[in-house]
Design a protein around this ligand. Sequence first.
Ligand code: SOE
Length: 379
Amino acid sequence: MKNLRIGMIGYGFMGRTHSNAFSQVNHFFDLPYRPVLQTLCARNPARAQAFAAQWGYQSVEADWRKVVESPEIDLIDIASPNDTHAEIAIAAAKAGKMVMCEKPLGRTAAEAQGMVEAVEAAGVPNMVWYNYRRVPAVMLAKHLIDEGRLGRIFHYRAKFLQDWTISTDLPQGGEGLWRLDVNVAGSGVTGDLLAHCIDTAMWLNGPIHEVSATTETFIKSRQHNLTGKLEPVGIDDASLFLARFDNGSLATFEATRYARGHKALYTLEINGANASIIWDLHDLHRLQYFDHGDEGRLRGWRSIHVTDSDHPYMKHWWVPGLQIGYEHTFIHQAADFLTAAAGGQAASPTFRDALLTDHVTDAVLASAKNRNWVSIPKA
Ligand code: SOE
């Protein structure tokens, strides 16, 4: 097993999920690489030191360029705010490093395009952390769909509901709240939450053909943490869209941070001619499955507890019936990446896959602004 020395850029929520994945992955998966937490790179020196000590990083660096150029680093993992993704990823690819990037890939598709070109020109393994694909129940849904069990797909329905920005007193900008600053985040819930729904949807149900959207910014100005001034809010607080997929199915998508009581309710439902599937992040190890082919008297929704050893990823964990959770999705993604990287390959979703999601989020924002249907560019 070869060491793979990681330069982690960022130490927020995602820096923790990724560091945890790299720390745990070899305990549960037999892999060609052993990730080594080599360097933690972040702007606040005291917090960076504390984070590095807590997670076991061997060194700390404030300038990401030094990490990217360092001969002691094999892989750059970008877990810093969205406005830093492109510059770091492009420099890392040019330096011949493998690159992993937190979602969304770019703030716009134009920004993501340059990132795709850089990793493909350098031929370096790459992946974007759309982690919900690696929930075992969601992966099981993928297998059932690919086996053709649902038949012709008519409907796709997805929601991602949160409620953490309802207070008018919540400021925007700076550490922890950069998601509310449009210059840093690129957009609001469209790029942050709908991007997850769109990534999963296109993976399960194929390309989206066109969208018609509406968005709202409920709170129009907030104190900015960096300037201290009351400033206009540029992000979308809620975003809803209708979509038509290339396969002829119709879809509705909704994301908001104003659904009081919902903390991270990501749900999806797919209705096919033969069967339907429902999944809910708050009950993430269950897949609801209805099969019209079942004997009529017994036909009904099955609630599959996706914890058995023949379910995706589950043989690597405990014994059948015992559950895993959110953090494991990142561990699965790290395992898949390390396996692909050993063969010099990208892992899904690749930078190119994530570029398509950015095209859809761009189209959603354009449609909401111009009040029209917008077609999605082809891959
Ligand atoms: C936003 O609150 C957020 O942390 C997203 O940025 C993550 O991608 C999502 O998985 C949970 O919610």
